[in-house]
Design a protein around this ligand. Structure first.
Ligand SMILES: Cc1cc2nc3c(=O)[nH]c(=O)nc-3n(C[C@H](O)[C@H](O)[C@H](O)COP(=O)(O)OP(=O)(O)OC[C@H]3O[C@@H](n4cnc5c(N)ncnc54)[C@H](O)[C@@H]3O)c2cc1C
Length: 396
């Protein structure tokens, strides 16, 4: 036991020294600097690019993935130590996005050796961006109604159809996509393919979000090419792979920015209301939100500790998603409430940058209970898979 503790402390010293040598000074002290650089969709430049390349070469951007594919090969305990040291330094992992959070873990579980060799190293190095082609105009919560069609064209396949709400499609190099390969069946007629987005036959049209930016798109495939070695899982066997990926997606949505971001509530209270008497209702809700956020974060931590690495999320990710997103939305509401009229600003010098950001954060936070499967759909999963309640849509 002592050996294990010693080994972990030795790793902590190694990680701290490496971070000290390699994290550019300009990126320390505020993890949002790295995350904002990624979310902007701009090609990495300057210190962000330097940090991305150093972390990519080290493999610590995907710390628990196998070294054979460029990953860090760390144990779950070492990965936690690394995360703690990065949090202490105030720097975020630059190897972010759907490649590491959703697609990579799914490919490691279901991909062929050839697929892992071709796709995982570039994800670990943060060189390529991936997007998710699931939703369609007629297939959201009822995802298995999707109609985008994959057909044989001899030495390759072609894909035709429309996806919607495709986050980051305008910046993506590749798309992991659910397509219809048999129209006579529903779930058993779906396959999971990888589509190169940089080819004729792929068009993306950005859609403006209520918060003012355009982080997602309508995506049109018109005779786009799919290589025959880029189907993950068997022909008509994509539903199982696709559902697994959704669990990875949800496991990443219970914490971090969806928990509200922004300033601490007591600091806001002091800034806007000073030591004003009264406001007991807001004080009570503020404390309740902070207690819930702390309990949620500890539960997430325990779930991570209990899991072996990050490869086996389960239906309980639905609980964490609903809990984390609700707490985040409540925090955003409380933030605006404390700001009062200053929490209604969109543009102009009458509002501080933090006030304008709070409004956008409140609006964009509305999406957290929609994407990755809506709040109601998570409740359906919890009732069926975890509580074992009968499905009311099926007759007895
Ligand atoms: C910001 C954002 C980013 C997104 N990014 C992506 C992406 O990258 N890739 C991608 O493929 N998709 C993405 N989506 C789409 C997202 O997954 C869907 O919006 C979501 O699954 C809901 O589908 P829908 O919008 O078609 O709503 P609908 O399915 O039409 O649902 C409408 C309402 O009915 C409720 N409802 C539907 N069915 C049931 C039921 N059986 N029981 C109870 N209530 C029900 C829903 O909860 C919802 O409130 C994104 C969405 C947003 C908002």
């Amino acid at each position: 036991m002592l050996d294990k503790v010693d080994a972990l402390e030795a790793f902590r010293a190694e990680a701290r020294a490496w971070l000290e040598d390699n994290v550019p000074t300009s990126l320390r002290g505020d993890p949002d600097k790295v995350l904002d650089a990624f979310m902007s969709g701009e090609k990495p430049t300057g210190d962000f690019d330097l940090w991305r390349r150093r972390m990519g070469e080290k493999g610590w951007g995907a710390p628990t993935w196998p070294k054979a594919y460029g990953g860090g090969g760390l144990s779950a305990a070492e990965a936690r130590v690394l995360a703690q040291e990065m949090a202490d330094m105030g720097v975020a992992n630059p190897i972010v996005g759907m490649g590491t959070s959703m697609f990579g873990p799914t490919l490691l579980e279901y991909g062929t050796e050839d697929q892992k060799q071709r796709h995982i190293p570039a994800i670990v190095r943060g060189e390529l961006r991936w997007c998710q082609g699931y939703s369609e105009p007629g297939a959201g919560s009822d995802l298995a109604s999707l109609q985008t069609k994959l057909e044989d064209a001899g030495d390759h396949w072609v894909v035709n159809g429309q996806k919607i709400w495709t986050s980051g499609a305008q910046w993506a190099d590749w798309c992991f996509c659910l397509v219809r390969t048999d129209t006579s069946k529903k779930h058993e007629g779906i396959s999971f393919v990888l589509i190169n987005m940089r080819q004729p036959g792929v068009e993306t049209r950005p859609i403006r979000l209520i918060a003012g930016n355009s982080p997602f798109c309508e995506t049109f495939f018109t005779g786009a090419r799919v290589e025959k070695n880029d189907m993950v899982g068997p022909w008509n066997g994509g539903w199982t792979v696709g559902k697994r990926l959704l669990q990875h997606e949800r496991s990443g949505q219970g914490g971090g920015r969806v928990m509200g971001g922004g300033a601490r509530l007591p600091d806001l209270f002091e800034t806007y209301w000073g030591d004003a008497d009264g406001q007991d209702d807001v004080r009570t809700r503020m404390v309740a939100n902070m207690v819930e956020a702390k309990a949620h974060a500890l539960t997430m931590q325990r779930a991570v500790n209990d899991a072996r690495g990050n490869l086996n999320p389960s239906a309980t990710t639905s609980i964490m998603k609903n809990s984390g997103t609700r707490i985040g939305q409540e925090k955003a509401e409380l933030t605006l409430e404390m700001m009062g009229a200053q929490g209604l600003g969109w543009d102009g010098d009458d509002f501080t940058a933090d006030e304008r950001a709070a409004v956008r954060n409140w609006l964009s936070g509305k999406a957290t209970t929609i994407y990755g499967g809506s709040f109601e759909i998570q409740n359906n999963i919890i009732s069926k898979r975890i509580l074992g309640l009968p499905d009311p849509t099926k007759s007895a």
